[in-house]
Design a protein around this ligand. Structure first.
Ligand code: SF4
Ligand code: SF4
Length: 355
């Protein structure tokens, strides 16, 4: 690892999860991702010493099913920023002093109660909302992390979460794990018109001097006004690594079975990947904003030819966001918006930018 590159370290505290969401399937098998960490934290600490500004985000399974490891890691690793991606069921298992040190919590919730509970299980929405209200007592940013399915009305669900007290909202399309579905018809009639309305809402708020917490919009604008993405915006393999509970260092936290994703091991060290993009991404006009979207999807290509439909959705989403750049520039010139307010680095929050 080059000493000058700050890295996002996603630490899988366990492969177990208490839920079985419709698009995910729940826990990893314990022989693939053990349910307790099996490596020596001091070895991880040693590797992290080369990183000038490590960000550590706890991940799983459900990371708070192993609060002991979270506490041990926070007591011994040299991170400058801490966070957690959680389903919100076990926030009480982590003592307040640790929540006080967290910078960001990503709570999984899909929007309105009926959408969230249909995807994730009955009662999940209320449970997450209770956790949100508890976590509001601490000085951390809280991001709603949505999975978007055909049940989603993207405008209604995203605005519902923003109005419910989340600081920011990020979403990802259900286009990797599930059986193929007619994503394009749904996108044309429901999703893309909703995305355009969200972009309009974003620019209306910008005119009032406010930056709405829509992470896909912020992430694309940031790549326009500041640094482009060299590859997947999540940083998979070149700016972020996932440490599995067995000590393997992986390029992506869901690629726990794939050989291409293994970068090394806590015991022996690891090497970051070069941020390379295959065709058609390499010569795509949206490359700067998209970075090939998701490395896992590019490598595994579960959807085969139908992945092109997802690509069309990505391009239409980026186009609609880019359409507000002239307005944003005019607002900067008039001093209504500070250019820096549009800077967004997904590595600091463990988000993917492109849905
Ligand atoms: S829009 Fe599609 S082709 Fe272009 S960089 Fe993204 S994933 Fe690749
Ligand atoms: S966006 Fe894709 S490559 Fe990046 S962390 Fe998620 S699944 Fe892995």
């Amino acid at each position: 690892m080059a000493a000058s590159d700050p890295v996002l370290w996603l630490l899988l505290t366990t492969g177990a999860c208490n839920l079985r969401c419709s698009y995910c399937g729940g826990s990893f098998e314990s022989r693939v991702v053990p349910y307790k960490t099996t490596y020596d934290l001091s070895k991880l600490r040693k590797l992290m010493e080369d990183d000038p500004e490590p960000t550590v985000i706890f991940y799983g399974g459900e990371p708070l099913l192993n609060p002991k490891f979270v506490m041990e890691a926070m007591n011994s690793l040299p991170a400058v920023r801490w966070g957690v991606q959680t389903n919100g069921f076990f926030v009480d298992l982590l003592p307040d002093e640790y929540w006080n040190r967290m910078s960001v919590a990503l709570l999984s919730i899909d929007g309105r109660r009926e959408v969230t509970d249909a995807n994730r299980g009955k009662g999940v929405y209320d449970r997450v909302m209770r956790s949100l209200s508890k976590l509001r007592r601490f000085p951390l940013k809280i991001i709603a992390r949505m999975a978007v399915t055909r049940l989603t009305d993207i405008y209604v669900d995203v605005t519902h979460l923003l109005n419910s007290g989340f600081d920011q909202v990020h979403w990802q399309l259900d286009v990797i794990w599930s059986e193929k579905w007619d994503v394009w018809s749904w996108a044309e009639t429901s999703y893309l018109p909703g995305v355009r309305r969200l972009v309009e809402l974003f620019v209306n708020e910008l005119e009032r001097g406010r930056v709405l917490g829509l992470i896909p919009v912020l992430g694309v604008l940031s790549a326009h006004f500041f640094e482009p993405y060299r590859a997947s915006p999540c940083g998979a393999g070149y700016r972020s690594v996932a440490v599995s509970s067995d000590g393997r260092v992986l390029a992506c936290p869901i690629a726990v079975r794939e050989k291409w994703a293994v970068l090394g091991h806590i015991e022996t060290g690891f090497k970051l990947m070069e941020p390379e993009l295959p065709e058609p991404c390499n010569s795509c006009e949206y490359r700067r904003y998209c970075g090939g979207r998701c490395l896992y999807a590019l490598r595994e290509n579960y959807w085969g030819k139908d992945a092109e439909k997802v690509d069309e959705i990505t391009k239409e989403t980026i186009k609609s966001i880019l359409s507000i750049i002239p307005k944003a520039e005019a607002l900067m010139e008039r001093g209504i918006i500070d250019r820096e307010a549009l800077r967004y680095d997904p590595i600091l929050d463990s988000t993917e930018v492109i849905p």
